[in-house]
Design a protein around this ligand. Structure first.
Ligand code: PLP
Length: 438
């Protein structure tokens, strides 16, 4: 049996929680980790291997959040661990160029041939922030279009109707973002081309870029409707605005070449993160040479980073990319099939229990929305019964299944998940739906 049946003990986690609260606001270094959206206290993690997490009290959990996406090859994947060890022996950081940067760039570009040039940064936030700066410089325009429920990191101008953690806390944006900056961002409903046309009509010649998650993960999983991505491309091209595909979440996940490959997109700029660093901090922004060559030292757009291209992060990324590329033909169909089995198996349990549920899935990322209605944008996602989701989440956790702790997050799995994990998860869901009904 892979999951514990007796209610788990959390004594050590509770002690660690008190200690953490002494130092960190809310006891955490990133807000969604505090489990405020689902109630209860998050277990503190001590180790993980493959598809399993182990907490500080020795309880084990099947992992369906994968460190919010990166751990597609499972935790402590030996080639990644060895690559980090080898790199660490040579130095944790040089702050000067190394061969590993170009090696990882070659792997990334072979998955994303549209990246004529790219730059490594240390987070998804930095990647999108830099892409926006570049788009503004390239077009000499100020306004940005984003979509409600899409999260692009926590840079000021992108924290407008930003889904995910922000949605979890029920606030429209963030205090501390000046109106003058927020007003430069137009937040439109996702999957709605009419709204995009109207925005360009209202602001002719003023919109620098449209940025989106090509398949949304940060309002829960929401796929693009047919023709949406093509429509955005046509409108932005006609209007002289850049199209930025934020693939921090979908990159190397919904296909080896991400949403660009899966949906045949043709963006001007692409941002990546999460999987590309194999669990270490790496972000990427890149795209057409004509735009990328505007960056310093070639051009006038400044962007930099002490730890950009860090050797440990490059090593982890390289080991991850090598494995993914070599086995892509087997990995992507398999993780998609496993995700389908667990997503549909759990949905069937909901039906048996009489819980209204809508399941959205793209490849190996999905969300069970606690609403009977179809979910195509943030407004329809927000109709979900978040209290019911919270009870479901808590029961799953008690039974040894760790789901992302918010209704507005996507679940992930990877190569280490197999039939045993799917079966245990579906079994746990039967109980959890009873608990969800209250
Ligand atoms: N863009 C997307 C689509 C994301 O999902 C995230 C993080 O979840 C980010 C950007 C920000 O990345 P990071 O948390 O590495 O700053």
């Amino acid at each position: 049996m892979t999951t514990q049946k007796a209610a788990p003990v959390h004594t050590r986690s509770q002690e660690l929680q008190q200690r953490a609260e002494r130092y960190f606001p809310g006891g955490v270094n990133s807000p969604v980790r505090a489990f405020r959206a689902v109630g209860g206290h998050p277990p503190f993690l001590e180790s993980a291997e493959g598809a399993y997490l182990t907490d500080a009290d020795g309880n084990r959990y099947i992992d369906y959040f994968g460190s919010w996406g990166p751990m597609i090859l499972g935790h402590a994947f030996p080639p990644v661990v060895e690559a980090i060890e080898r790199a660490a022996r040579k130095s944790a950081s040089f702050g000067a160029s190394t061969a590993a940067e170009a090696e990882l760039a070659e792997r990334v570009v072979s998955c994303y041939p549209k990246l004529e040039k790219l730059r490594f940064v240390s987070s998804g936030t930095e990647a999108t922030m830099s892409a926006i700066r570049l788009a503004r410089a390239a077009t000499d325009r100020k306004l940005i279009v984003k979509f409600e429920g899409c999260y692009h990191g926590h840079a000021d101008g992108l924290l407008v109707k930003a889904g995910s953690g922000v949605a979890t806390f029920g606030i429209p944006g963030s205090a501390g973002v000046p109106d003058q900056i927020a007003h430069l961002t137009l937040a439109l409903p996702y999957n709605d081309l009419v709204a995009v046309e109207a925005a360009f009509a209202a602001h002719p010649g003023e919109i620098a870029a449209v940025i989106l998650e090509p398949a949304v993960g940060n309002a829960g999983c929401i796929p693009p409707v047919d023709g949406y991505l093509e429509g955005l491309r046509a409108i932005t091209r006609r209007e002289g605005a850049l199209l930025i595909a934020d693939e921090v979440m979908t990159g190397f996940r919904v296909a080896l070449g991400g949403a660009v490959e899966r949906y045949g997109m043709d963006p001007d700029l692409i941002t990546l993160g999460k999987i590309v660093g194999g669990g270490l901090p790496v972000g990427v922004f890149g795209g057409k040479r004509e735009y990328m060559d505007l960056l310093a030292p070639l051009g006038p757009v400044y962007q930099a980073g002490t730890l950009s291209g860090n050797p440990l992060a490059m090593a982890a990324g390289l080991a991850t990319m090598d494995y993914l590329q070599e086995h892509a033909g087997e990995i992507y169909p398999r993780i998609e099939a496993t995700a389908k089995a667990v997503a549909e198996g759990v949905a069937a349990e909901a039906k048996k229990a009489g819980v209204p549920l809508t399941t959205n899935r793209v490849g190996a990322m999905w969300t069970w929305f606690f609403t009977p209605g179809t979910v195509t944008d943030y407004e329809s996602a927000a109709k979900s019964d978040t209290a019911m989701f919270g009870r479901f989440h808590n029961s799953m956790l008690e039974q040894g299944v760790w789901l992302p702790p918010s209704q507005f997050e996507a679940a992930f799995l990877g190569t280490a998940h197999g039939e045993a994990e799917v079966k245990a998860t579906i079994e746990a869901a039967g109980e959890a739906f009873k608990a969800a009904l209250g």
